[in-house]
Design a binder for this molecule. Structure first.
Ligand SMILES: [Zn+2]
Length: 296
């Protein structure tokens, strides 16, 4: 959908609510509390009321939009911008483009991002490339060097991309990533010659393992990890160019956003699909977003 068409289609609160209602309850409005489908519309309050339990709610109740003071038109515009920019968009840019405070833009981006996540991840089969990369860690003048963050990338040939934040590039971390993502039906596993991989694999996985020596050549026939590496370069351009600095705490959410968009890059319904996730994903409160994480 082109920008002008989107702005026209969702120019009022009413139009936004109408599409969200269809996306959240394709089979009819359902009470979030008792799950009955016998709600009536209270025009004076601009809300639904459940017949059986009398609970009053709106289409945004209990979703990432929960308790928002921002007009839905701005939510839609911000969602559109986050979907359309291949490398993502910073809160600063959303602040300037849509006219709002930095704090509002920051929270808004995080809430949209929290819905840009695959709710059901299937185990990956076929030919998979696995590689690791390092994010951040550059010393800034006068500041201590920040620790580098390790990201494991898995890309199925002609298929999905996954980016996973791990504590360190160790066989143990790879083993866990394999167990959670790789199917028993996998056919070929491609990595570089790093010694962390063979130790991480099961006996069966070792039989399917092919390596490529990066110091000599990049491509030997079909044995290469170039497709996962191209995803890494997109990720790095996103982090350097768009988000500037990403803390270790928020890195997993950025990785999910990147994969969500990347895996739908040929899908013309990315915007609508994201809105659907936003009315079906759980609420993200400001408190949970800003709380300190326990030291890992
Ligand atoms: Zn009810």
């Amino acid at each position: 959908m082109a920008l002008l068409d989107m702005l026209k289609a969702y120019s009022t609160d009413e139009k936004c609510r109408e599409v969200l209602t269809k996306l959240r309850w394709p089979e009819g409005v359902e009470c979030p509390r008792c799950k009955e489908r016998r709600a009536s519309w209270l025009k004076s309050r601009n809300q639904f009321e459940c017949g059986p339990c009398s609970y009053q709610f709106s289409v945004t109740t209990g979703t990432v939009f929960n308790d928002t003071h921002l007009p839905l038109e701005k939510w839609f515009a911000a969602t559109y911008l986050l979907c359309e920019s291949k490398k993502g968009m910073s809160a600063c840019q959303v602040q300037r483009t849509l006219g709002m405070s930095y704090k509002t833009a920051w929270y808004l981006c995080h809430r949209i991002r929290s819905a840009m996540i695959e709710s059901q991840k299937e185990m990956m089969d076929g030919t998979v490339e696995i590689d690791e990369t390092y994010i951040g860690g550059k010393a800034r003048r006068g500041l201590p060097r920040k620790e580098k963050q390790v990201v494991i990338g898995i890309r199925k040939r002609n298929g999905e991309l996954r980016l996973i934040h791990v504590n360190a590039a160790t066989s143990e971390a790879i083993r866990k990533v394999m167990a959670e993502n790789i199917s028993e039906d996998v056919e070929v596993i491609l990595t570089d010659e790093s010694s962390i991989y063979p130790y991480a694999f099961t006996v069966d996985q070792k039989k399917l393992h092919k390596t490529i020596c990066h110091s000599k050549e990049y491509v030997v026939g079909d044995v290469h990890t170039n497709t996962v590496e191209s995803a890494f370069s997109l990720l790095k351009r996103g982090i350097v160019g768009t988000w500037h600095k990403v803390s270790a705490k928020h890195l997993p959410a950025y990785l999910e956003e990147m994969c969500f968009r990347f895996n739908r890059r040929k899908n013309s319904d990315l915007f609508i699909d994201t809105l659907r996730h936003m009315v079906t994903a759980p609420t993200l409160t400001f408190k949970s977003l800003t709380k300190e994480t326990e030291a890992a």
